[in-house]
Design a protein around this ligand. Structure first.
Ligand SMILES: Cc1cc2nc3c(=O)[nH]c(=O)nc-3n(C[C@H](O)[C@H](O)[C@H](O)COP(=O)(O)OP(=O)(O)OC[C@H]3O[C@@H](n4cnc5c(N)ncnc54)[C@H](O)[C@@H]3O)c2cc1C
Ligand code: SF4
Ligand code: SF4
Length: 484
């Protein structure tokens, strides 16, 4: 399996195109319950896979990672069988590593040079191997304490990353969260992909930092946003994400049996009883739709699940890995079908759909669906899950806050510093866990620069979060500047 890929001084390094296979639960066994589908590499397999990395002088993988995780370095350490060192490097850059090693969409792998000849190095699976086989019960500590207090609104990945970045620099941080638990939309990711214990493991490493969580408090309802500025916070980071679901806007959407996917997934994770029938239709084409079809299948006790999407597979935004997982588990797909109305007497009995054909590309570059006249058909069903997107809830944040909505829905400030109209207030979010964290990383650096200027000091480089003497350094060969 493993070829010798050590670079020679004369010839270019040989690329081994074949990835070491990762073990997955058998389809027949996994689709009836919530056991984790993907396993961890064994130590031996992780070392073999890590040896496929040619340790590029310019680390394309690191440059593609929104949080500049030094994956090249942890892979080098795994190849040298130093799993403790690899775990330390992983956690040094990534405070949510136990989460991301399972759910990150691994943008790094899209840039891996080995991918030019075959399958890229399994950078995300190797991160998991570092965590699983190395010492990962490390605890973060703050550098020299600072007096300026910071409020973070929203404890999703963006809020948690900002809290971590600022707390390790020595700032006391108070995080306000409307839900009873931190995590944001991560708490809707199904247990067959990651468990909530993974998130808890990540948060446990925060325990020595000066981060206070005020849970069950919605800013804008339980507490006026202005109060944060009056309560002595020197800066506020707004990371309220997209916790609300979008509706379809078709007749029949209020019938019993029509369920918004976001609440459905959240309740499934909490183990709440869910009224899933035997003929389930999920509407949507993104990752939430993929999680919904596979969760519904598991809860239906042998039921049949169909996904309805108004464009074709090529335009579908869902992650390829998630789509393949759903396909293997027996989900039916109806592409180029758009919902027209939901029908039923006292409960859902069917979804009426209209055929679509693809027209010219829209502003986003995807081909637009155009209805085909006279093409309506009915899909009989007893449950409809609506997974057509999420949106922000900015209730209570007046126009003076200048919270612009990003094209995918979350509030964010302007420019690379994520500043809002109010001095000292910053806002960010992102389309995936690591993108939200990456934006928060940049915003936190901007908040530190803002507060350092008020103290008459230079910005604080991110210190070693484990209390060592060094500060956070970008890996050698890295060329992409961090924006502040
Ligand atoms: C079902 C599902 C599956 C997903 N799967 C993946 C995946 O596998 N990989 C991946 O990378 N991404 C995935 N995502 C996307 C990812 O979860 C989001 O991109 C990410 O969570 C965004 O982080 P955020 O912090 O910006 O916002 P959110 O996660 O939305 O967090 C915002 C937080 O702010 C809180 N909040 C909102 N308003 C207020 C207020 N007024 N006061 C106090 N608190 C407030 C919310 O309760 C929430 O906790 C998935 C999303 C969903 C819905
Ligand atoms: S966090 Fe995601 S993008 Fe970054 S190195 Fe890890 S898997 Fe790759
Ligand atoms: S781009 Fe691929 S081969 Fe190069 S350092 Fe990163 S993981 Fe290794």
């Amino acid at each position: 399996m493993c070829a010798d890929v050590a670079p020679s001084s004369r010839s270019p390094p040989k690329l081994n195109p074949v990835r070491v296979t990762i073990r997955e639960e058998e389809v027949g066994e996994r689709s009836g319950d919530f056991r984790e589908v993907i396993h961890s590499y064994s130590k031996a397999d992780a070392v073999l896979e890590a040896k496929r990395c040619i340790q590029c002088r310019r680390p394309w993988c690191v440059e593609a990672c929104p949080i500049t995780q030094d994956c090249r370095e942890y892979i080098r350490l795994i190849a040298a069988e130093d799993f403790d060192g690899a775990a330390r490097v992983t956690l040094r850059d990534d405070p949510l590593a136990s989460t991301l090693c399972k759910v990150c969409y691994h943008y790094c792998e899209d840039s891996c040079v080995v991918g030019k000849k075959g399958v890229p190095v399994a950078i995300r699976h190797l991160k998991r191997a570092a965590i699983d086989h190395g010492t990962h019960d490390l605890v973060y500590v703050a550098s020299k304490p600072k007096a300026q207090r910071i409020a973070v609104v929203g404890a999703g990945p963006a809020g948690l990353m900002a809290a971590w970045e600022l707390a390790v620099r020595g700032y006391p941080v108070t995080v306000y969260e409307q839900e009873s638990q931190p995590g944001g939309l991560v708490r809707t990711i199904p247990a067959y992909r990651m468990s909530m214990e993974d998130l808890a493991t990540d948060l446990e490493r925060f325990r020595e930092l000066d981060v206070t969580f005020v849970l069950g408090t919605k800013v804008g309802r339980d507490l006026a946003p202005e109060a944060l500025l009056k309560e002595g916070f020197a800066a506020v980071f707004v990371s309220i994400g997209t916790p609300a679901h979008r509706i379809l806007g078709v007749p029949g959407e209020d019938l019993p049996g029509v369920i918004p996917a976001l609440g459905f997934l959240r309740r499934a994770n909490e183990g709440a009883p869910l009224p899933v029938g035997k003929e389930i239709v999920v509407i949507g084409g993104g990752d939430v739709a993929m999680d919904s079809v596979r969760t519904a299948l598991r809860l239906s006790g042998g039921g049949h699940v169909t996904l309805v999407y108004r464009r074709s597979r090529e335009e579908m935004p869902a992650d390829a890995e998630e789509f393949e997982g759903a396909k293997h588990e027996g989900i039916s797909f109806q592409f180029l079908r758009a919902p027209v109305r939901i029908v039923g007497q006292k409960h859902v009995e069917g979804l009426v759909v209209q055929a679509m054909e693809l027209g010219p590309p829209d502003a986003g570059g995807r081909r637009s669906p155009i209805p085909v006249p006279g093409s309506e058909t009915t899909i009989p069903c007893d449950t409809v899950l609506v997974a057509v997107g999420q949106k922000a809830d900015t209730t209570g944040f007046g126009a003076e806050w200048g919270l612009r909505l990003a094209s995918q829905g979350w509030p964010e400030g302007a420019g690379p510093a994520y500043r809002t109209a109010i001095p000292g207030v910053f806002a960010a979010g992102g389309r995936s866990v690591v993108y939200a964290m990456g934006a928060a990383m940049e915003a936190a650096a901007a908040i530190d620069a803002y507060l350092a200027e008020k103290r008459g000091e230079a910005p604080t480089p991110r210190p070693d979060p484990f209390g060592g003497n060094g500060s956070f350094h970008l890996p050698a060969g890295y060329t992409k500047p961090i924006r502040v």
